[in-house]
Design a protein around this ligand. Sequence first.
Ligand code: GUN
Length: 301
Amino acid sequence: MSAAIISGKEISATILDEIEMEVKRLKELHGKVPGLVTILVGEHPASKSYVALKIKTAHRLGYHEVQDNQPEDISEAELLALIQSYNEDDRIHGILVQLPLPKHIDENKVIMAIDPDKDVDGFHPVNAGRLLIGGDAVRFPPCTPAGIQEMIARAGVPTSGAEVVVVGRSNIVGKPIAVMMAQKAPHANATVTIVHTRTQDMAAHCLRADILVVAAGVPNLVKPEWIKPGACVIDVGVNRVGERVSEKTGRTLPILRGDVDFDKAKEIAGWITPVPGGVGPMTICMLMRNTLNGFKGTIKD
Ligand code: GUN
């Protein structure tokens, strides 16, 4: 039997509608809206398209949205000063500096410069610490892991006592989703394993997974025979494997593939996320939710 497809596109559309209504309500009540600034340094093609999508979504929701594009050769000091100006700007509740940054800029310094209460990416060490503590301490869960957990929850995948195997140990996805799924909390309470490049028998670990989260950035890394029948497979990979020309617009678009062979995996798994249209739209949606929550933290409802 073929797996149930967990559509991030559909789930995120529902959540964005909810956010839009909440923004309208708060605007009527307080005369203010959430504010998000996206800072893009240079011309990285994938970053440009990610940022464009974030701006479009913020705009649609009625956010005060500032698009701050900076040249590739901006100095580190200039970028830090720019961030400080947004830390002090009352109309801005979320600051997003798109990564990666050019080599002459220290990413850690940039992340540290963002006010933790405007760090809607959840990358600042203060927010990483809050996430580790869990419960009410959490302020901004990082967007991709938050989106993954939301998809698992809304698809009705059981998590309590489930074996979760996370492939990849990045600060953005692997480490935080592992922590989140192990917390004593709804849609969590799982037994979690992280596997990575030094793991001896990746296949054996993956085969035990009731929920397999793959965030390695390697196309087809996870083989269909590594998937336990009926498991939930969350594919976080977004790999550009070629280009195609759009029939509608005539524009050249990247061909995207995940870290899992979707066509084969869907015949084994119980649930699976597609690429594109899976985790990607959820990440943007959670960014909008974090920005809304940052805003709500500044007003009395
Ligand atoms: N680059 C790739 N993913 C992300 C993200 O979630 N946030 C930021 N700021 N940069 C990224």
